[in-house]
Design a protein around this ligand. Structure first.
Ligand code: GLU
Length: 323
């Protein structure tokens, strides 16, 4: 079990208080408090970080991939559980889904209530994650996310509520399965390439290319595109209105950015649906890339990994169709 922090490792500032600090308890302490978990599997506790996941970043993702692969290569390890804050859990899950090379189960888990809360959801989620990670059936399905008795695919899962317990959804494609006590019931696989099937390799010292997200809205300011270019971003993901759309001046600025060698991906802020090429916007002409049905934050991850080896919009588009 690899700890990275989050509410699952959080402590209330006072008993019964809504306020708390995330990333306080160590993963060995979480293991001690999750009663019954030692009957499911024997764990070794590794602590990579202890942060709120709003502070997760590219260097920590690279370190986490390296640690997961190194650990998974040990003969006595059958699966890996990673504890994580819920805010960016879906991003870390997708990054690992594209970068770790093991077929063994890799399961991310978080909680919406801190470990000290009366009705903390962390211990049950941890037990469920242990059940999935130790299940032979969970191998070779890509990275999985286990919360609230549900199993999500890394590519599909999203935090869709900032406060409610049932925060996680897989709105485009549905769930991977359910945890029912000590039983694991899978209902779907991903149709996309993942883990050992992917082409993304990097060194422990690799820094990911800089890619930013431009949030679309009525009247968005086109000078933000120029600002991103001046700051040296190699990629811009448009979290566009509707099907990855934006006001004309913004589209013109993005076309100019492509002309300067910046990769531009059109995705949607709506949360569901597939951004099709050349529907309202001439992507072929502009050199834009469709983010398909990836959320803007996941499109950013795929673009960062793609930009490690190519800046060609057609090669990058082909990655978005495969991953
Ligand atoms: N902001 C914190 C984090 O993502 C709290 C959210 C949570 O873990 O539920 O780590």
């Amino acid at each position: 079990m690899i700890g990275t922090g989050g509410t699952i490792a959080g402590k209330q500032t006072e008993a019964d208080a809504l306020s708390y600090d995330s990333g306080i308890l160590r993963v060995d302490e979480l293991l001690e408090s999750a009663s019954g978990i030692s009957e499911i599997a024997t764990f070794r506790a590794l602590q990579l970080a202890n942060i709120g996941s709003q502070d997760m970043d590219g260097d920590t993702w690279v370190a986490l991939t390296t640690l997961v692969d190194r650990t998974a290569n040990l003969d006595d390890v059958d699966g890996i559980v990673i504890t994580h804050g819920t805010d960016t859990l879906e991003e870390t899950a997708y990054f690992l889904n594209l970068s770790v090379k093991t077929p063994k189960p890799v399961v991310l888990v978080g909680a919406m209530r801190p470990a000290t809360a009366v009705a903390a959801d962390g211990p049950a989620n941890l037990r469920n994650a242990a059940t999935v990670a130790s299940s032979e059936e969970a191998a070779n399905r890509g990275v999985l996310v286990v919360v609230d008795d549900k199993i999500h695919l890394a590519r599909e899962v999203a935090k869709r509520s900032c406060s409610r317990d049932d925060a996680f959804e897989s709105s485009n494609c549905g769930l991977a399965g359910y945890v029912e006590g000590r039983a694991v019931r899978f209902v779907a696989n991903t149709a996309r390439l993942h883990t050992w099937q992917t082409e993304f390799v990097f060194e422990e010292s690799t820094h990911l290319p800089r890619v930013t997200i431009l949030y679309g809205h009525a009247g968005v300011d086109p000078s933000l595109v120029d600002a991103a270019m001046k700051r040296g971003f190699l990629g811009i993901v448009l979290a566009g209105v509707g099907e990855g759309n934006a006001p004309q001046p913004v589209l013109a600025a993005l076309r100019a950015a492509v002309g300067e060698g910046v990769a531009v991906v059109r995705s949607s802020r709506t949360g569901r649906g597939f951004v099709r090429r050349n529907v309202e916007i001439g992507d072929d002409d502009a050199g834009f890339i469709s983010g398909t049905d990836l959320s803007p934050q996941k499109a950013r991850i795929l673009l960062m990994l793609g930009l490690l080896t190519t800046r060609d919009p057609r090669a990058l588009q082909s990655l978005f169709y495969r991953y």
